[in-house]
Design a protein around this ligand. Structure first.
Ligand code: FES
Length: 110
C-alpha cells in the first residue's frame, strides 16, 4: 500500500487534501469520484475514455506530467473553459512522481 498526497480544489473553490493510492491503477478522475468531490453524474461521464471532458482539471503545481495522447488533445480542443494547464483527469494515472500534485476541477460544462 503506498499513497501520495494530492490537493484538489473542487468546483465550489474548497480545497481538499486527499491520499491517493498508487497501487490500484487509479486515475485522477477516479480519485475525485472516490472522495465524492464532485456530484455523481458531473464527472467521469464517459468512464475515462477521453471522450467527455467532464473530468477536466487545471494543474496548479509544476509536476511534469506524461504527454497528452492524441485523444486527450482532441477532446480538450473541443471542451469549454480550457486553459493552458488543462488536462483530462482520467488520463492522469496516480504514480509516486505525482506526490504533492495540486489541481483544480474545471467548471461543469452544460
Ligand atoms: S472521464 Fe470522460 S474524458 Fe475523462
Amino acid at each position: 500500500m503506498s499513497d501520495i498526497k494530492i490537493k484538489i480544489t473542487d468546483r465550489d473553490g474548497v480545497l481538499h487534501e486527499v491520499d491517493a493510492p498508487t497501487d490500484m491503477n487509479m486515475n485522477l478522475m477516479e480519485v475525485v469520484r472516490s472522495y465524492e468531490l464532485a456530484p455523481e453524474g458531473t464527472i467521469g461521464i464517459c468512464g475515462g475514455m477521453a471522450m467527455c471532458a467532464s473530468c477536466q482539471c487545471y494543474i496548479k503545481s509544476d509536476h511534469s506530467l506524461p504527454e497528452k495522447s492524441d485523444d486527450e488533445e482532441a477532446m480538450l480542443a473541443e471542451a469549454f473553459f480550457v486553459e493552458d494547464n488543462s488536462r483530462l483527469g482520467c488520463q492522469i494515472h496516480m504514480t509516486d512522481a505525482l506526490d504533492g500534485l495540486e489541481v483544480e476541477l474545471a467548471p461543469e460544462e452544460a
